[in-house]
Design a protein around this ligand. Sequence first.
Ligand SMILES: Nc1ncnc2c1ncn2[C@@H]1O[C@H](COP(=O)(O)OP(=O)(O)OP(=O)(O)O)[C@@H](O)[C@H]1O
Ligand SMILES: [Mg+2]
Length: 252
Amino acid sequence: MLEVSGLSKKFGGFTAVSEVSFKLQEGEILGLIGPNGSGKSTTFNLIAGLHAPSSGSVRFAGEEIAGLAPAAVCHRGIARTFQIPRPFRKLSLLENVAIAAFYGQNQKISRAKAYAAAADALALVQLPGGADARVEGLGAAGLKKLELARALATQPKLLLADESLGGLDHAEMEQAADMLAMIRREQGITIIWVEHIMGVLMRVVDRCIVLDHGEVIAQGQPVEVAHDPKVIEVYLGTDAAEVQQTVAQRAA
Ligand SMILES: Nc1ncnc2c1ncn2[C@@H]1O[C@H](COP(=O)(O)OP(=O)(O)OP(=O)(O)O)[C@@H](O)[C@H]1O
Ligand SMILES: [Mg+2]
């Protein structure tokens, strides 16, 4: 479904993403992990069209999409959530999501259809769809669900979920993980998931890619990645034992 090869992004003399290559099969949930500043969000920005790559290619369903504008990428079926949510604060939740449906789908739809799609997306993420449901007062977990609803309303085939911002308690984390698993299962949407809490991510993903300083330092199944000495050194550190236990429990 997606083939990223030799993807690089330089900002001035600084290389944020360096020769990143990976493939994604339809139906997979892939975890994209790594320390702060390792290039995860930049990789999403390159795939989703926010940045044009300095070099490399991004093929989606056989078509080269690197360098296309964000709206064009979205119309081809790739939606993303932003690490830092920036909803339209004066609009209702329903209006926020209806805008995504109206402009993000790969077809011209009526306002009524956009609102209906928005209501469905909000129901899926378990947010209220009434005209009086406002952005104000949504906590971190609610804002993330709203991001997810906005992405889903565009009817994506591939979802890039950038969730590596703190602010969720443990129960909310587990709920977020279950929600992504449900979206894959029930909507058939392929997912790349960025998340810092490894215990939660490793429970759900089929495969992981680990970035460090913009480079892929490991990729494989959770059990392989959790025991990789380089990954332990640069990323897992003292959490390694706990992550390995999660992976072992899942395998059992
Ligand atoms: N538009 C930009 N201009 C200049 N430097 C940038 C830009 N975007 C990102 N960077 C730099 O590129 C590097 C990678 O950033 P990126 O946001 O991709 O990291 P990340 O893996 O998403 O980190 P985090 O886990 O903190 O979200 C960082 O050093 C960052 O400061
Ligand atoms: Mg990031």
